[in-house]
Design a protein around this ligand. Structure first.
Ligand SMILES: [Zn+2]
Length: 263
């Protein structure tokens, strides 16, 4: 019976790194979120050995009892199909791939055929906007294009409804959820650090970003929902700085800080 106390951590992945393959972007702010495929594989292996199940978003929304995580990918990179899918299949896990509609058929991202293949293999496809902007910066008309038109475009390719949306950069406002609702999305996922439960509003699903430097023990703690408050605190501090500076200035400063920290 799905208990109201059942909490599920939604994991958020991005492009994976394959030996000899160039990443879609190379700046430190991007690479921070990119895991080598072997790291991803060891995480999936850990989940299997620890008796976790890997669910897609639609399955997770039933909040089944037991040990579960929800596995999600953002952006719609080609590695969704050529790197992540084989590993997920190996361990018998499901996942939701949020695809940026306007990136389909561009270098490094899924082609139309690859997207259809991912869908045909039984993986769930969601939508991650049309052009990957920060949604709160947009006018209402631009928002509708990013949310409703993007959904329609992916549905035209796959020939069935797309139910789930994730926000680029995790940023959204009340207009985002309103327009997502009128576009008939069932859920909206952000990247706030909390586990979800039946009490979580469906347009405010939290997700935990998987960072390149996350150790396997930190990964395990995250899947058990431990230590999320710490990440939440860091996230709030970051949001406060974003509010003061605005998205663009924040990104410029963050890029400088990340560059500095590499030296
Ligand atoms: Zn993204």
């Amino acid at each position: 019976m799905p208990g109201s106390s059942t909490k599920i951590v939604f994991l958020m992945y991005h492009e994976l790194e394959l030996p000899g393959r160039k990443l879609c972007q190379s700046d430190p702010g991007y690479v921070r979120y990119i895991l080598p495929v072997e790291t991803f594989r060891s995480q999936m292996q850990w989940l299997k050995q620890s008796a976790f199940r890997g669910l897609n978003v639609s399955e997770a929304l039933h909040y089944p009892a037991g040990k579960n995580v929800c596995i999600t990918f953002d952006d719609g990179c080609e590695t969704d199909l050529i790197a992540a899918a084989p590993v997920l299949r190996e361990f018998g896990f499901h996942a939701t791939f949020y695809v940026t509609a306007g990136f389909i058929n561009t270098p490094g991202y899924l082609s139309i055929d690859q997207l259809r293949q991912l869908d045909a293999e039984g993986f769930e496809v969601g939508c991650h906007s049309m052009t990957h902007p920060y949604l709160p910066d947009l006018t209402d008309a631009e928002l509708r294009h990013e949310i409703a038109d993007a959904k329609h475009q992916i549905e035209q390719i796959l020939g069935h409804p797309i139910d789930h949306f994730s926000c680029p950069g995790g940023r959204y406002d009340w207009r985002t959820t309103m327009i997502a609702g009128s576009a008939k999305f069932r859920t909206v996922a952000n990247s706030a650090f909390y586990a979800n439960s039946e009490k979580t509003k469906r347009f405010h699903l939290g997700r935990v970003a998987m960072l390149r430097d996350l150790s396997l023990s930190e990964f395990g703690a995250t899947c058990h929902g431990r230590g999320l408050w710490k990440k939440r605190l860091q996230h709030r501090t970051r949001l406060g700085v974003q509010l003061v500076l605005g998205n663009r200035a924040y990104d410029q400063i963050r890029a400088v800080l990340l560059r500095e920290s590499r030296h």
